[in-house]
Design a protein around this ligand. Structure first.
Ligand SMILES: [Zn+2]
Length: 188
C-alpha cells in the first residue's frame, strides 16, 4: 500500500522510512542548523504508520505511542506516524554514532530533534536539550505565545523563560518596557 502525496506521487512505508533516515543523517551532518521541514512530511508520516509490527523499532514506537495515548489512523496500526518517525530517527542516530561516524564527528550537542520539539509544543513532556528548549521558545514566540504559556510547556519558571527570550532576541535583561502590552499582560 502506498500513500499519495500532495504533488500526486506515491510513497510506501519503506520509502518513507528511507526518507526519514536520510533526513536524520543530514540533520546530524549539520548540527545546530534549523532546516526546512521534510517535503510531504504529512504523507510520509501516514506511510510510516503502515510499517509492520515486526519492524526492529516497532516496540519503541508502540510504547511511546501508548504512553502518550495517541490516536492511530487504523485500529491495528502499531503506532502513529510521528511515533514511528521519532523511533526511526533515534535508531538512525545510533546507527550513525556507532557505525559510520568517527569519534571526533559525534553528533553535536547543538543537534535539534524537531519531532521532540513539536511534541513538547503540543503539550507532551519530553526531556529536551538546551538547543531544543530554545527552539521551543522560538517556535512558540513565532506562534504568538507569551512567556507564561511557554514556561508551562517547558516546565520552567516564567522568569527563566522571559530571561531566555530576552537573550535570544538580544534584549537587555530586565528591560520590561520593550515588551508589548499584550505580552506584558500575559507575563502578569
Ligand atoms: Zn504516537
Amino acid at each position: 500500500m502506498e500513500i499519495r502525496t500532495q504533488n500526486g506521487s506515491r510513497v510506501s512505508a519503506v520509502q518513507a522510512e528511507g526518507l526519514i533516515r536520510e533526513d536524520e543523517r543530514r540533520a546530524l551532518a549539520t548540527p545546530g542548523v534549523v532546516r526546512d521541514e521534510l517535503p510531504e512530511l504529512r504523507a510520509v508520516r501516514v506511510a510510516l504508520s503502515l510499517l509492520p509490527a515486526g519492524h526492529p523499532v516497532a516496540p519503541v514506537a508502540r510504547q511511546s505511542c501508548r504512553e502518550f495515548g495517541h490516536q492511530t489512523l487504523h485500529t491495528d496500526a502499531v503506532a502513529c506516524g510521528r511515533c514511528w518517525e521519532h523511533a526511526i530517527r533515534a535508531d538512525e542516530r545510533v546507527v550513525v554514532e556507532f557505525g559510520l561516524t568517527a569519534k571526533d564527528e559525534r553528533p553535536d550537542p547543538g543537534y535539534i530533534d524537531v519531532v521532540a520539539v513539536e511534541r513538547v509544543i503540543e503539550g507532551e513532556y519530553l526531556p529536551l536539550g538546551s538547543n531544543e528548549r530554545d527552539e521551543v521558545i522560538r517556535r512558540m514566540r513565532a506562534q504568538g505565545c507569551g512567556p507564561w504559556t511557554i514556561s508551562d510547556r517547558l516546565g520552567e519558571s516564567t522568569r527563566t523563560v522571559r530571561q531566555r527570550i530576552d537573550e535570544l532576541t538580544g534584549r537587555v535583561q530586565g528591560s520590561q518596557t520593550q515588551l508589548g502590552a499584550a505580552e506584558a499582560a500575559q507575563v502578569a
